[in-house]
Write a protein that binds this ligand. Structure first.
Ligand code: PBG
Length: 326
């Protein structure tokens, strides 16, 4: 006689749902947006099928649609009209993200706006910091990153999210925010960000591919896990409030380890390549888009993440609302 029959809990759908260990909430989702300098922009993003690039004046339309689907938290990436060696558009008072935040805030005060803090969309060479010779100068980049975060906070960003991967940037941002009366603005840092091939569609969408070389000098080597723990602890010590692990798929061991190690919330970023892969395979009839989306989202929470950043966020929120998560 068998005493253990795990299948007893599987055969009836109501029981199956009763005993689910992982439950998704739309409150845990963050939806990224790409905002381009200009007016009246509403363009399809070829590398991210189903997503639209807006300008600061049209972004509220996109936000409104997402809010209606049940998503209320947004991560903003800017694409400036002009780029330069320093990436000065990143901290310009009238910069594209700063304008986008002001426009959206006016129309939708309830939307939670998170700004990506990085220079790669703003620099002519496409690197995330100041370039000196053939490398990125960590320490000379720090004040620029901090300045960018402050200008976004002053425009009304609720949280700032540094993704540049310079050492010491969380402390630099915290210090400048605090000195300028922004001590209540949390930092959601990309503490653990690998030099991943899965950012390809993003770089197309944000026009931020490096003009020479790659980002392996500052983003992490995907062979490493202990280094992720080190990066996570460092950011906590420097004052980070929420940590991001990125990418998600292929890195769930990292999500799990970091979530066990730190005592602050952990977000997993399901990156552009993950989204594009599912979309492209579904387009070819190779897999069921809805099911694959739900399965990969559940995996992230099962691994221990508290938050999911995903290009599927509105579709996921709608699925959660309908109770249709596969
Ligand atoms: C900017 C940044 C990138 C992503 C988020 N912030 C690109 C990169 O590091 O090259 C990638 C996100 C995605 O692929 O969805 N540094």
């Amino acid at each position: 006689m068998l005493t253990e029959r795990p299948r007893r809990l599987r055969e009836n759908e109501a029981v199956r749902r009763l005993v689910r260990e992982t439950r998704l909430s739309a409150d845990s989702l963050i939806f990224p947006f790409f905002v381009r300098e200009g007016n009246g922009v509403r363009e399809d993003i070829p590398s991210l099928p189903g997503l639209t690039r807006y300008s600061p004046d049209t972004l509220p339309e996109g936000i409104e649609k997402a809010l209606r689907a049940g998503v209320g938290r947004f991560l903003l990436f800017g694409i400036p009209a002009r780029k330069d060696a320093e990436g000065s558009g990143a901290w310009a008072e009238g910069g594209v993200v700063q304008r986008a935040i002001r426009e959206t805030r006016r129309r939708f005060p309830e939307a939670l706006l998170i700004s990506d803090v990085c220079l790669c969309e703003y620099t002519s060479h496409g690197h995330c910091g100041l370039v000196a010779g053939d490398r990125v100068d960590n320490d000379r980049t720090l004040p620029l990153i901090a300045r960018t975060a402050l200008s976004q906070a002053e425009a009304g960003a609720d949280l700032v999210a540094p993704s540049d991967m310079m050492d010491g940037r969380v402390a630099a941002i915290r210090e400048l925010l605090d000195r300028n009366g922004r001590e209540t603005v949390p930092i959601m840092s990309y503490a653990v960000k690998y030099a991943s091939a899965f950012y390809g569609p993003f770089r197309e969408a944000a026009d931020s591919a490096p003009g020479f070389g790659n980002r392996k000098g500052y983003q992490m080597d995907w062979h490493n896990l202990r280094e992720a723990v080190r990066e996570a602890k460092l950011d906590v010590r420097e004052g980070a409030d929420i940590l991001i692990v990125k990418p998600a798929m292929g890195y769930l061991d990292v999500v799990s380890k970091v979530a066990e190690t730190v005592e602050i919330p952990v977000a997993a970023y399901s990156v552009s390549g993950e989204y594009a892969m599912i979309r492209a395979a579904a387009e070819k009839g190779l897999l069921d888009c809805h099911a694959a989306m739900c399965e990969s989202a559940a995996g992230v929470f099962r691994a221990g993440a508290d938050i999911l950043i995903s290009y599927f966020a509105p579709e996921l929120a709608a699925a959660i609302d309908k109770g249709d998560l596969g």
